[in-house]
Design a protein around this ligand. Structure first.
Ligand code: TRP
Length: 458
């Protein structure tokens, strides 16, 4: 494929929304609340925001620069910008990470499909809080249902990917993102007006730094990379479709803002409701699915039709938000196979979908029939989540920051930031400082702390 044959995103707003579509997904609405709940609430959120600003933003701009400059898939990008060096492994590692994420992410995305059906048939209403928990546990441990939904979701992703970048990705993001945002606002209103919601709000706003330990730091850092789709070349791949006049720093700030706002709104939906009906905030991956039906039930219990309608719409939008994220993960691997191995797009996509379906089915089964099979005490599902979000993504981010900060020609950085000198750039020095020092040192310190290296000196 030559440069000019490559697809491109058409409009400015389309670029922001496609990138935000990748970033906003289950990471914000499902993963952020349960990680916040596991790690004690407000203090975690503050550290998370700090990670987004100090580590996420510089790495995101670096991925944008690398992608747009090379106009290539993520492995090709490093090869083109650093011919003959080993940096190409950063891109390849990214493709592998994306694979593992897509595998277990599709499982949760599949759960949203099941909940769409349940919402539409009205079977989500009329239960007690314990009833919702039992329904969820019964569903995920069912031997075939969740695995089937995982595969269905991968097929949906496959379908959009085969249709190509502009038609598939950009158009769907343009409608879905704003609609999702409005519904989240409505649900936040419902949740914070539930009885005893105050306790949940306090959990979100009153930080208790005495409980901050290394796992909180690692959790917040991993969540920042996961939620912003960073560290594996996802936004680097999208940036290879950006236009020459796309303002990279501004796009990055917009994406980070949208992503963080959605995550915090999700927190304000989940915790007031969870405290209100007595669900423990550290319920883990089930938190969203056992808490949310209570919001619909409590707020609209007397209007069953409205409850059905709103819950159906919510799960539909959640599934679509997940879809814009799985598309971005799938795209990284598909375009890698297309460009590096000269496969036709449909064929490349078929390979990726098949392998991911296999990983997905294994992860899905690991929560039910295979739950006894554990490694380091974790099920396959939890292991993939831990390995990708907490190790591979921040590790990838570290390498990306080092590559852009220390290896990449400064002229390239300046040209990409200023769109070849047509913009005045105020962020150049700050960005370079972030890439050279703040991100690499910050990520390394959290890793060292997690693996208890500092304890040796105490
Ligand atoms: N960021 C997405 C979410 O929050 C998930 C995702 C898409 C992702 N692409 C990624 C995570 C790349 C890590 C890396 O749901």
């Amino acid at each position: 494929m030559t440069k000019n044959d490559r697809a491109n995103f058409g409009s400015k707003i389309g670029i922001i929304l496609a990138s935000a579509g990748s970033a906003v997904g289950l990471g914000n609405i499902w993963r952020f609340p349960f990680e916040t709940g596991n790690h004690g609430g407000a203090a975690f959120i503050l550290i998370y925001i700090l990670c987004v600003i100090a580590l996420g933003l510089p790495v995101m701009i670096a991925e944008f620069m690398i992608g747009r400059r090379s106009r290539s898939n993520t492995a090709g990008a490093y090869r083109i910008l650093s011919t003959g060096t080993q940096w190409k492994w950063v891109g390849r590692l990214g493709v592998l990470t994306g694979f593992l994420i897509l595998g277990y992410y599709s499982v949760v995305a599949g759960w949203t499909l099941q909940y769409i059906v349940q919402a539409a048939t009205g079977s989500l209403t009329g239960q007690s809080a314990e009833g919702f928990i039992a329904t969820f546990n019964g569903f995920v441990s069912n031997p075939w249902k969740p695995a089937l939904w995982t595969v269905v979701f991968l097929f949906l992703t496959h379908f959009v990917i085969v249709r190509g970048v502009e038609k598939g990705i950009e158009r769907s993001s343009k409608v879905l993102m704003p609609l999702l945002f409005i519904l989240l606002l409505v649900l936040t209103g419902c949740s914070i007006s539930l009885p005893n919601a105050g306790e949940g709000i306090r959990f979100l706003l009153q930080p208790d730094f005495s409980k901050v330990d290394s796992s909180v730091l690692l959790g917040a850092m991993g969540q920042a990379f996961f939620s912003l789709s960073l560290g594996m070349g996802c936004l680097c791949t999208y940036a290879s479709y950006f236009r020459d006049d796309t303002k990279l720093p501004r796009t990055a700030v917009n994406v980070a803002l949208i992503d963080t706002m959605v995550a915090i709104l999700a927190g304000f939906i989940i915790f007031p409701a969870a405290f209100s009906v007595g669900i423990s905030p550290d319920s883990g991956p089930s938190l969203l699915f056992i808490t949310l039906p209570n919001v619909f039930q409590q707020a609209f219990g007397s209007l069953p039709l409205l409850a059905t309608l709103l819950s159906f719409l919510f799960y539909l939008l959640l599934a679509l938000a997940a879809l814009t994220s799985t598309i971005s993960l799938h795209e990284v691997a598909t375009v890698y196979l297309c460009e590096e191995f000269h496969l036709a797009r449909p064929k490349a996509a078929r390979w990726i979908t098949t392998v991911c379906a296999f990983i997905g089915i294994c992860c899905s089964l690991s929560l039910g029939v295979g739950s006894n099979l554990t490694l380091f005490g974790l099920t396959l599902f939890d292991l993939f989540d831990f390995l990708t979000a907490k190790i591979m993504l921040p590790g990838g981010g570290l390498l990306i920051a080092l590559f852009a900060g220390w290896y990449l020609d400064k002229k390239i950085i300046w040209e990409e930031l200023s769109n070849k000198g047509t913009l005045t750039v105020r962020t150049y020095r700050l960005l370079l400082f972030g890439l050279k020092y703040v991100a690499p040192i910050g990520i390394s310190l959290v890793f060292l702390d997690q693996f208890n290296v500092f304890a040796l000196f105490r």
